[in-house]
Design a protein around this ligand. Structure first.
Ligand code: NAD
Length: 791
C-alpha cells in the first residue's frame, strides 16, 4: 500500500462527546414538576406526564409533566400579572436581563448542546457550533432592541401576553427566536416546546431563575397538541407566535380568526436549491450537504428540491453521490457524525412512507451503501432522481434526509420550477455570475434567498416565509414588529351590512341625469356579470344612481386582471411615484365635483367634504413621495456576507373599504398598496360606492396601467368572502363589520394569505397616524437575500 492508498483507506476513530454532566443534570431533576409557572416549578394539575426518549436508542429519558387547561390558565394568569410591571420596566433594565440570560447560557453552552443532541438526535457538531451559539446571539442581540425600543419603534406598544408554540427540530434555537424579541418588546410569555424535545427549555427556565427574570415574565409549559391548543385559544393571550407544520398553522389561523390576536406563523417549506452551469460545483455540493442533510433534513428551510441545469446535471449528480457515500451516519454524540437519528419512530415511518410513495410515482431513489446503527431511528441519506414536478417528493415536505432532483434548461425554467410549490420559505442560488444570481433572487417566491450558500441565519436578519410557509418575520428589526402593536387611531364600529343597506330609496327628483356606474376591471368599465345593480341613496334617501352588483365571477375576473398586470409591480419606484402624483393632480382638478358628491351622498357639510377631498389628495401625494423612500435595508451579520432585506410587494391585494369617510378611507387603503407595487382588487364602501366609481374616471387618465387597480362594487360581506377564499389573492385588508372580518380571517387558510382587518372597527382616516409606514409595512414582504463576499 503506498501513502496515497493508505491515506484513502484511513478511517475516523470514534470521538464521543462526554455526557456525564448531562446525565447528572437529568438525574438531579424532578421532571414530574417540569412546568415553570410564575417563577415556580409545578406538576400538572391533573398529575399527568408524558415520556421523552432518546432517538439514538429509543430509551426513556424522563417522564415530563403534561400541562392541561388548568395549567395553561395558571401560566397565562401569571404572565398577565407580570405584564404591567415588565412592560413599564426601563429598556436598560430589560436589556440587562436579556444580556444576563445570554451570558448565563454561554456559561452552560456545552450542557445545552449535549442535552439537545441527546433529546433531539442532532449531531453534537451542529448543536455545539450552530444551535446553541445562535440562540445565545439572539438574546444578546435583542438586549440592544430592548434598550432602544422607544426611539426605534415610536407609536408602538408591547402587544401584551404572548403564547408561543414551537417544534422539535431546533428546540433551543426556536425558543430563543421566540422569547428574546418578546422580552425585548416588553411582552410576557407562555411558551410550549414540542413534546419530543422538552429538555433544553427546562434548562433554559433554570437559567431565567438565575438571570433575574422577574416571576411570571417567562412561563414554560410542557405538553402536546392539546396544551398548544389551550394556549392558542386562551382569551388572556394577545398574540400567538407559532412555528411548526403548515397543517397546524392553518388550524391556528382558523382558531384565532376574529379574536383580535396578533399572529405570526413560521411553517413548512420545500425550498429550491438551484445550481446553474457556471456554479462552482464542488462548493455547491458542499452547500447541498448543508442544505438537505443538516439536522437529518428536519429543517423547515431544507434545500429539498435540487434544480440543476441540464448541461451539468449528470456530472453534478455523480459528485453528489460520491459525497453522500462519505457522510457518516451514527451517534449524535460522536463529533465525526454528519447524520444522526430522526427524532422519533413516527417521523422515521413518515419518511419511509413518503419515499415509497415517491418511488411508486416514478422516482428512482438511491442511497449510499452504508450500515446503520442497530438501535435508534436512523435513516440513510437518500437521493431521488427522475422526479416529475408533480411527484409527492417534489411537492410534499418530507422533513427527512431526502433530496428530490430535477433539471432545467434555462433561467426562466429554473425560476418557474423553483416557484412551483405552495410553500415559499427559502431558496439557494448557485452561480459564479453574481449578476445572474441577483437577477434570479427577486423572482423567487421565498422569504430568504441564499446566494452561493445555504442555511445562513443571524439574529439581525429577518427569517420567514411567503405563501403557505406562513407570515411574519423572526429576527432583527423586522422581527421586533411581531411583538409590538402599532397605535392606530380607532374609528367607528362598523355595523353589519344588512343594517346599513336597508335604506329606503325614493325615486330621484329628476334634477340630475340617471347614471348606472359599471365595475372597473383590467382598465375597462365593464357590466357586472349578473347584470344586477345596487340602488345608491343620497343622504336624503333619494336615488343618487345605481352601482353594479358585483359577484364571485366579477371578483375572479378582477383578480385575473390584477395578476396579469406586470407593468405596475415591474415599474421603477420613480415611475410609480410619478403616476401617483399625477393621480393626485387629476383628483385635485376635480375636487369641487368630488366634494359636492360627498355632500350629496353622506350629508356632511360642504366644508367637511372639501376637507375630505383635500386630505385624499394629500394622502396620494404622501404615498407618491414614499414610493421610493420606504426601502429595504442592508444587514451586516457577523460573517463575510451582506444580507439585503428587500421590500417586495405582497402581490395581488384585496381591499374592502369602509363607509366612514368613504373617499378618504378608500384612498388611504388603496394608495399605500399601490405605492409598494401591489395590484389591487378594491371593494369600495357598500353604501357610497359612487365615490369610487367616480374615481375610476380619474384613474383612467392618470397613466395607471390596466389591471393595477380594479374596482368591484357590491355587497361588502359577500365580496370579502370571495376574496378571502380566492387562492390567487396574496393579501386582504378588510374594514367591515366584526363578523365579516372574522370570516375573512378564517376563510383565508387556503393559501394563508396575509389578512389585515379592523376587527369590526374602522380607522379615523383623518388622523396622520392612519397613514405612512404603519400601512406601508402591510403592503410589503421582506425578502432577505444573503450574498457572501471574498475569495
Ligand atoms: P407540528 O405542527 O406538528 O407541531 C409544532 C408544535 O405545535 C408542537 O409544539 C405541537 O405540540 C404543537 N401543536 C400541534 N398541534 C397543535 C394544535 N392543534 N394547536 C396548537 N399547537 C399544536 O410540527 P412539528 O412536527 O413539531 O415540526 C415540524 C414542522 O415545523 C415542519 O413542518 C417544519 O417545516 C416546521 N418548522 C418551521 C420553521 C420556520 O421557521 N418556518 C422552523 C422549524 C420548523
Amino acid at each position: 500500500m503506498n501513502i496515497l492508498e493508505r491515506y484513502h483507506a484511513m478511517e475516523y476513530g470514534p470521538a464521543p462527546e462526554a455526557r456525564n454532566e448531562a446525565d447528572a443534570w437529568l438525574a438531579s431533576r424532578d421532571f414530574a414538576k417540569a412546568l415553570f409557572i410564575d417563577g415556580a416549578w409545578k406538576a400538572a394539575a391533573n398529575g399527568k406526564t408524558f415520556d421523552t426518549s432518546e432517538p439514538s436508542s429509543g430509551k426513556l429519558l424522563a417522564k415530563i409533566s403534561d400541562a392541561g387547561a388548568a395549567d395553561i390558565d395558571a401560566a397565562v394568569t401569571a404572565a398577565a400579572k407580570a405584564l404591567p410591571k415588565w412592560s413599564a420596566t426601563s429598556g436598560y433594565q430589560r436589556a440587562k436581563v436579556l444580556y444576563a440570560i445570554g451570558r448565563a447560557m454561554q456559561r452552560h453552552q456545552r450542557l445545552f448542546a449535549v442535552l439537545e443532541s441527546i433529546d433531539n438526535g442532532k449531531p453534537i457538531r451542529e448543536s455545539r457550533d450552530i444551535d446553541v451559539p445562535l440562540a445565545i446571539r439572539h438574546f444578546i442581540h435583542h438586549a440592544g432592541w430592548a434598550q432602544t425600543l422607544e426611539k426605534d419603534f415610536p407609536d408602538h406598544k408591547p402587544v401584551g401576553v404572548v403564547g408561543q408554540v414551537i417544534p422539535w427540530n431546533f428546540p433551543l434555537l426556536m425558543l430563543a427566536w421566540k422569547i428574546a424579541p418578546a422580552l425585548a418588546a416588553g411582552c410576557t410569555v407562555v411558551l410550549k416546546p414540542a413534546e419530543f424535545t422538552p429538555l433544553t427549555a427546562i434548562l433554559f427556565a433554570e437559567i431565567c431563575e438565575r438571570a433575574g427574570v422577574p416571576k411570571g415574565v417567562v412561563n414554560i409549559v410542557q405538553g402536546g397538541p392539546e396544551a398548544g391548543a389551550a394556549i392558542v385559544n386562551h382569551p388572556g393571550v394577545q398574540k400567538i407566535a407559532f412555528t411548526g407544520s403548515s397543517e397546524v398553522g392553518k388550524i391556528i389561523r382558523k382558531a384565532t380568526a376574529g379574536s383580535g390576536k396578533k399572529l405570526s406563523l413560521e411553517l413548512g417549506g420545500k425550498s429550491a436549491f438551484v445550481v446553474f452551469e457556471d456554479a462552482d460545483l464542488d462548493s455547491a455540493v458542499e452547500g447541498l450537504v448543508d442544505g438537505i442533510w443538516f439536522n437529518q433534513g428536519q429543517v423547515c428551510c431544507a434545500g429539498s428540491r435540487l434544480l440543476v441545469q441540464e448541461g451539468i446535471a449528470e456530472a453534478f449528480i455523480a459528485k453528489v453521490k460520491v459525497r453522500m457515500s462519505r457522510l457518516r451516519v451514527g451517534s449524535p454524540l460522536d463529533k465525526n457524525t454528519d447524520i444522526g437519528p430522526l427524532v422519533d419512530r413516527t417521523q422515521l415511518d413518515r419518511v419511509r412512507g413518503l419515499i415509497a410513495e415517491g418511488a411508486k410515482q416514478g422516482a428512482v431513489c438511491w442511497q449510499p451503501d452504508a450500515a446503520l446503527p442497530t438501535t435508534g431511528y436512523y435513516h440513510l441519506p437518500t437521493l431521488a432522481t427522475s422526479v416529475a414536478p408533480a411527484n409527492i417528493l417534489a411537492q410534499e415536505e418530507v422533513f427527512g434526509p431526502v433530496l428530490a432532483t430535477m433539471s432545467f434548461r434555462n433561467t426562466e425554467e429554473a425560476i418557474e420550477l423553483a416557484n412551483n410549490t405552495r410553500y415559499g420559505l427559502a431558496a439557494s442560488v448557485w452561480s459564479e455570475n453574481i449578476n445572474l444570481a441577483l437577477h434570479v433572487a427577486p423572482q423567487l417566491k421565498a422569504g430568504v434567498v441564499w446566494v452561493n450558500g445555504t442555511n445562513m441565519f443571524d439574529a439581525a436578519c429577518g427569517f420567514g416565509g411567503y405563501r403557505e410557509s406562513g407570515f411574519g418575520r423572526e429576527g432583527g428589526r423586522e422581527g421586533m414588529f411581531e411583538y409590538l402593536a402599532a397605535k392606530l387611531p380607532v374609528g367607528p364600529a362598523i355595523k353589519p351590512t344588512a343594517a346599513s343597506s336597508a335604506q329606503p330609496v325614493e325615486q330621484a327628483d329628476g334634477a340630475s341625469i340617471d347614471r348606472t356606474a359599471k365595475l372597473f376591471i383590467g382598465g375597462k368599465q365593464v357590466r357586472p356579470d349578473g347584470n344586477y345593480s345596487l340602488a345608491v341613496a343620497t343622504a336624503k334617501g333619494k336615488l343618487a344612481g345605481e352601482a353594479g352588483l358585483g359577484n364571485r365571477k366579477d371578483i375572479r375576473d378582477a383578480v385575473s386582471a390584477a395578476r396579469a398586470c406586470k407593468a405596475w409591480p415591474d415599474a421603477t419606484t420613480f415611475n410609480r411615484s410619478q403616476v401617483l402624483y399625477y393621480f393626485a393632480e387629476n383628483l385635485s382638478g376635480r375636487a369641487d365635483e368630488f366634494a359636492a358628491r360627498l355632500v350629496e351622498l353622506t350629508g356632511v357639510t360642504a366644508k367637511a367634504a372639501r376637507e375630505e377631498v383635500d386630505l385624499s389628495i394629500e394622502r396620494l401625494f404622501l404615498y407618491a413621495g414614499l414610493t421610493d423612500k420606504f426601502e429595504g435595508r442592508v444587514h451586516q451579520p457577523p460573517a463575510r456576507v451582506v444580507t439585503l432585506a428587500l421590500h417586495e410587494p405582497v402581490g395581488v391585494v384585496g381591499i374592502v373599504a369602509p363607509d366612514n369617510q368613504p373617499l378618504l378611507g378608500f384612498v388611504s387603503l388603496v394608495a399605500p398598496a399601490l405605492a409598494m407595487g401591489n395590484t389591487v382588487v378594491a371593494v369600495p364602501s357598500e353604501r357610497y360606492p359612487l365615490l369610487a366609481t367616480d374615481l375610476y374616471q380619474v384613474i383612467e387618465y392618470s397613466d395607471i396601467p390596466a389591471g393595477a387597480i380594479n374596482i368591484v362594487t357590491g355587497r361588502s360581506a359577500e365580496l370579502a368572502g370571495v376574496l378571502a377564499k380566492h387562492d390567487d389573492v396574496d393579501g386582504l385588508w378588510v374594514f367591515a363589520d366584526a363578523e365579516t372580518c372574522a370570516k375573512a380571517e378564517a376563510d383565508s387558510i387556503g393559501n394563508l394569505k396575509r389578512v389585515w382587518t379592523g376587527n369590526g372597527r374602522s380607522l379615523d382616516w383623518t388622523s396622520s397616524e392612519a397613514a405612512g409606514e404603519a400601512l406601508l409595512r402591510r403592503a410589503i414582504e421582506v425578502k432577505n437575500v444573503w450574498v457572501p463576499y471574498g475569495d
